[in-house]
Design a protein around this ligand. Structure first.
Ligand code: ZN
Length: 400
């Protein structure tokens, strides 16, 4: 018989948060704020609210430590979720149905589970009168799912953020299908590039030398060969897919443009590639590689960047004083973990840019990744285990 979770207050709080449809586009965050204020009040946490961008609120709950001048711990989560349009769900995505020990809802993985796990953990710690040296802030931000520019990116530049005196940040990680929790200590940088190949135009019946088609074939081959190599490397790694992707450059051909009519050889063709670079890569060397391919492809082959994220500030996780207590806690709980690079970007990159170490850690193991997917769902047992993980991790970090 399945356990009946329907009267568990933590589960009910989680489901209530999931029923708030904080979904893009044009999220109205008011209901989230009302809900979070109530949570803070119940837990005995102080609340500050900021609006660094109009209608894009940031809410911070604070539990002041015994030594409030020490750098604080920031537990970060985003309030928004991605749309469900075009996805044919088996259950309504904003009703948080509980079926056979599993909750179905948009945001159940990304990332209202993590947010509620931190709140429930703090609720328990406060109730048990646990004393901690460091201050902990629970920070709820808008608009992560549309790049974070009006959310965390702006908030980290404010005096309000600076006054939080953050020494370390835990943000979302991801689910992990296996027995282990995955920990991300960096994210990949986005390079969006467009390669333009120019050449001889003319009648489609003739075979001139120096056509743009030959050149673009060379360029596509080079990128696709690289892609093939990395796809094989990911498959052979034995790691969870997201973690393995963090070890390689992600390469995708995303747009091809050129030509008007089938009997006319055009004088130009353009190929766009979405590239994601791991932080340990030599960025200059990779750019030189692209330059070299363009030269090899023939004359008048050039490339431009639509987006070129810089190489991120690196930090050595083993030198971060908050990491050892986290590892010790997971070891004590006999929960294995893997460390790697997040294949996409999220709000923790804005924290890292300030030079503050930030990791992605969501205690969601035994959970195939269904963020942004149809029928996004989470086992209640996984949700509850994650509360206990944070309940142990938070004091360990705050006493580091
Ligand atoms: Zn997320």
């Amino acid at each position: 018989m399945a356990i009946d979770y329907s009267s568990d207050p933590a589960v009910n709080n989680f489901r209530e948060y999931l029923r708030i449809a904080s979904v893009h586009p044009n999220v109205n965050y008011d209901e989230c704020l009302t809900f979070l204020r109530r949570q803070a009040q119940e837990c005995g946490l102080t609340v500050q609210e900021f609006e660094p961008v109009p209608k894009k609120p940031v809410l911070v709950m604070t539990w002041t430590g015994e030594e409030p001048t020490l750098p604080s711990i920031l537990l970060l989560s985003h309030m928004d979720v991605v749309p469900v349009a075009g996805q044919d769900w088996d259950y309504p995505p904003f009703e948080a149905r509980l079926i056979d020990g599993r909750i179905y809802a948009r945001g159940s993985q990304d990332m209202k589970a993590h947010a509620m796990q931190t709140i429930e953990a703090v609720r328990r710690l406060k109730k048990n009168n646990i004393k901690m040296k460091r201050t902990v802030h629970l920070c709820f931000v808008p608009d992560e799912e549309v790049g974070g520019f009006d959310g965390m990116a702006t908030f980290v530049k404010t005096d309000a953020y600076r006054s939080l005196n953050v020494g370390f940040c835990i943000d979302e990680g991801s689910g992990s299908p296996g027995d282990e929790i995955v920990v991300y200590n960096g994210a990949k940088s986005i390079w969006h590039i467009e390669v333009t190949c120019r050449g001889q135009s003319g009648h489609g019946s003739l075979m001139f030398p120096n056509t743009c088609g030959e050149k673009i074939r060379y360029i596509i081959d080079k990128f696709m060969d690289l892609r093939k190599e990395y796809v094989a490397k990911v498959a052979a790694s034995g790691k969870p897919n997201l973690l393995a992707l963090g070890d390689v450059i992600s390469v995708n051909l995303t747009m091809l443009r050129g030509g008007e009519q089938n009997n006319v050889i055009p004088d130009k063709m353009v190929a766009s590639f979405d590239l994601r670079l791991p932080p340990f890569l030599d960025f200059d060397q990779f750019e030189n590689q692209i330059k070299q391919w363009c030269e090899e492809a023939g004359e008048a082959v050039t490339f431009d960047f639509q987006q070129k994220d810089p190489k991120p500030k690196d930090f050595n996780l083993d030198e971060v004083i908050y990491w050892q207590p986290i590892k010790d806690t997971l070891d004590k709980m006999k929960i294995p973990y893997l460390v790697g690079i997040f294949p996409a970007g999220n709000d923790s990159r804005f924290v890292r840019e300030l030079g503050t170490p930030a990791i992605g850690l969501s205690p969601l193991r035994h959970t195939p990744v269904a963020a942004h997917a149809r029928n996004e769902s989470l086992l209640v047992s996984v949700f509850l285990e994650g509360i206990t993980v944070f309940e142990n991790i938070i004091p360990a970090m705050c006493n580091a």
